[in-house]
Design a protein around this ligand. Structure first.
Ligand code: C5P
Length: 407
């Protein structure tokens, strides 16, 4: 089946300039079919063979081009490009780019990125047979292999230049297979289904006004991305946020708490449910069907509230189809662990992640947080981590939990 093993994986694809660059178009398609996120970087000579527009359309992402542009650098520095990838793939890799890599030359975006990255690199060489057999190329290859660069191909066969021999770029599906092998076909949460809530809810006062909160959705979105990266088929039910949809995740956008509950129920059955949304406790009791008008000299309207459903408690108390692992969040300003332990019992969830959100901790809207994981086995204090690191750590712990359960 397509779709499982590369779900949510982030591939940074460098396309260098060879006739085989046409195969990179199909490679992007094959990777997208498997739910990988693909971001392309082209060398200047690659643009002689394929257009940035084709790669952009197929990858559904911006294409980064040979020369540095100040806008690109400020939006997405070359370091960030590789930081946001799980694997760097060079396809096709010309003799020239391999030589530059071996020599540590960084004279355009692609080679600078290759010198700066701390991610693994997989190269699919493509070149004329004599260039491939040349002592210089073979020496560069040996150097790169000794530094841990992985290779797929080249294959032997008829070449575009009319010669025969090794030098043809591996076929796109062979490159895909090498990428799948790199990530391991048994991703830790493969075959599991997960549901994550994220962001705030908006509770309408009338058709144009609402009551909301400051949740950024950063933690919830990071959790969905981490679960998908670990192989889980993930649904993210999110209130209004500025966060982009994570790769390989199905996103259901809602506004109110009641819509969030409905969307969560529609996503069942799942193995894992994580409630990271900041759900409004109350909604306006009777939403006005028309915009409320200011009356000259009149009194301001008074609002009365009704209680919203508690999504975490509802999922935790399902008699039928309860997720096997329900995880909640507790944002506290004092007695953090004590209050969270009590909240875990009250809500009926299995695990609770607790954090201190008092002023100055930067938990709200920030990128990092200090968490305590409360499980039936006790309390684990985590160091200060970024929200993505928290998400990856939780995903790893969830995977370990499922491994420990009887099949
Ligand atoms: O009760 P409190 O809002 O502090 O609980 C926080 C936890 O409960 C979070 O996991 C939050 O997503 C969840 N919650 C919910 N539905 C609500 C209120 C909170 O799922 N209506």
């Amino acid at each position: 089946m397509l779709g499982h093993h590369l779900r949510g994986k982030r591939i940074l694809l460098i396309v260098s300039g060879g006739i085989a660059a046409y195969k990179s178009l199909d490679l992007v398609r094959r990777l997208r079919e498997r739910n990988a996120a693909v971001r392309c970087v082209m060398t200047q000579s690659a643009e002689e063979f394929v257009t940035p527009l084709s790669l952009q359309a197929l990858s559904e992402d911006k294409v980064y081009r040979a020369l540095f542009s100040l806008t690109d650098e400020s939006e997405m520095g070359h370091i960030n490009l590789s930081r946001q990838a799980d694997l760097v793939v060079i396809a096709p890799a010309t003799a020239n780019i391999l030589a530059k890599m071996a020599g540590g030359i960084a004279d355009d975006l692609a080679t600078t990125l290759l010198l700066a990255t701390d991610k693994d690199v997989l190269a699919a060489p493509a070149m004329n047979v004599r260039m491939w057999n040349h002592a210089a190329t073979q020496a560069n290859l040996a150097t790169l292999k000794s530094r841990g660069v992985r290779f797929i191909g080249p294959n032997e066969g008829d070449m575009a230049c009319g010669e025969y021999g090794p030098g043809r770029m591996a076929e796109p599906l062979e490159v895909v297979a090498a990428i799948e092998a790199y990530f391991g076909t048994d991703a830790p949460l493969a075959g599991r289904r997960a549901l994550v809530t994220s962001g705030p809810t908006y509770e309408a006062i009338d058709p144009v006004r609402f009551i909301g909160n400051r949740s950024s959705g950063k933690q919830g979105h990071a959790l969905a991305a981490a679960l998908a990266s670990a192989g889980a088929e993930t649904t993210l039910v999110s209130g209004p946020t500025a966060e982009p949809a994570p790769a390989g995740v199905s996103v259901v956008r809602i506004e109110s708490a009641r819509q969030m509950l409905e969307a969560c129920q529609a996503a069942l059955p799942v193995d894992i449910a994580i409630c990271a949304a900041a759900v409004a406790d109350w909604r306006v009791a009777s939403e006005a069907p028309q915009k409320l008008k200011k009356q000259e000299g009149g009194a301001p309207p008074s609002l009365s509230f009704a209680e919203n459903p508690d999504i975490l408690a509802t999922l935790s108390h399902l008699n039928e189809g309860r997720p096997r692992l329900v995880i909640g969040f507790a944002a506290e300003t004092e007695n953090v662990v004590e209050n969270a332990v009590a909240k875990r019992a009250r809500k009926g969830c299995d695990w609770m992640l607790a954090n201190d959100v008092s002023a100055g901790t930067g938990a709200f809207g920030g990128d990092a947080n200090t968490m305590h994981l409360i499980t039936p086995d006790g309390v684990e204090d985590w160091p200060r981590l970024t929200k993505r690191q928290i998400a990856d750590r939780l995903a790893a712990q969830i995977a370990a939990h499922f491994r420990s359960l009887p099949a």
